[in-house]
Design a protein around this ligand. Structure first.
Ligand code: XIL
Length: 312
């Protein structure tokens, strides 16, 4: 029987899933679907700063290791998420100033990438550095270190693991718009300056019926800069309960997104932000919405699953 994994393997594409430790430990169906249907994994939370280094100098590897071990046992690649972000980063980091913050960034990147060198194929080095207004986000990173923190993070990352692919990642940049234009300019400048950036991730958290028609063209323009592109965090949320016709529309939306990636050389993979509607950040984050993933709450394949399969 055909699987997403089999179809993606044939195309040389990555089909990834964001993985949570709870169900990975507790649900055999979760493990079965993850290993059968996906050739890649991203830790949904357990490689974030607050998980890996909750207090200064104290690293907590157990959840991240569990995911990496699972991936290795099942021949899956790991996309590391994420090293430098304004969110899910402990207060002790946010309270550092100047050189102390710079040192903490360097130490964190070196320690984390060093530990997983050879095990994690690619990293979201900097996540969400541009805001919704298309300007560099005025995060504590910006305030303390200025915009150079981005270039510095990539330089540190390159030397921490020269073999890892280094990504910049954000939401609402899958279509051609002011924010993705800002990324185009930022990344072009960084590349001109010799900053080691290998890829850009379009997160792809979408609302039903709202897949940007410019997605494929947008992927292509970044690929033409010489970058890899991945759709790193796809989910397509619906007002719940979802009707049959909405689930069909969701199938078309998934197919369209995956197709855009398949159509461009240089788009190397797609990842769904979860596997099953049983475990998804969407209902917690977006009131009244859910049903965003390819498997339903009982691990049945939804129309969305077949949309992805069709595109692969
Ligand atoms: C989300 C997780 O899915 C949630 O479990 C957590 O509570 C908050 O973060 N963009 C990102 C991801 O880069 O890290 C976010 O993940 C979703 C939005």
């Amino acid at each position: 029987q055909e699987t997403l994994r089999g179809a993606a393997d044939e195309q040389g594409l990555r089909i990834g899933a964001a993985v949570a430790n709870g169900p990975l430990s507790n649900e055999s169906q979760y493990r079965d679907v993850l290993s059968t249907e996906y050739n890649g994994v991203t830790a949904e939370n357990s490689m974030k700063w607050e998980s890996l280094q909750p207090s200064q100098g104290q690293f907590n590897w157990s959840d991240a290791d569990e995911i990496v071990d699972f991936a290795q046992s099942n021949g899956q690649s790991v996309h590391g998420h994420t090293l430098v972000w304004h969110s899910q980063t402990p207060n002790w980091v946010q309270n550092l100033q100047g050189q102390d913050l710079q040192d903490a960034m360097e130490n964190h990147i070196n320690t984390v990438m060093g530990r997983y060198a050879g095990d994690v194929e690619s990293w979201d080095v900097v996540n969400e550095p541009i805001g919704d207004d298309a300007n560099l986000r005025n995060s504590f990173w910006m305030q303390e270190l200025g915009e150079d923190y981005i270039a510095e993070a990539f330089q540190i990352a390159r030397s921490a693991d020269p073999n890892a692919k280094l990504y910049i990642n954000d939401y609402n940049i899958d279509g051609i718009n002011a924010k993705s234009d800002a990324y185009y300019d930022l990344v072009s400048d960084l590349l001109d300056q010799g900053v080691p950036i290998d890829g850009i991730g379009f997160q792809g958290h979408r609302v039903l019926g709202d897949v940007p028609s410019s997605l494929e063209d947008n992927i292509r323009r970044f690929a033409q800069l010489g970058l890899e592109v991945q759709l790193t965090e796809i989910d397509i949320r619906i007002d719940t309960p979802a009707s049959d016709s909405e689930l069909e529309q969701q199938r078309d939306n998934y197919e369209e997104m995956v197709n855009a990636c398949v159509s461009v050389n240089g788009c190397v993979g797609v990842t769904t932000w979860g596997i099953t509607d049983r475990h998804s950040w969407v209902p917690d984050q977006f009131d009244g919405q859910g049903a965003a993933l390819p498997f339903d709450e009982n691990y049945n394949k939804k129309p969305a699953y077949y949309g992805i399969l069709e595109a692969l």
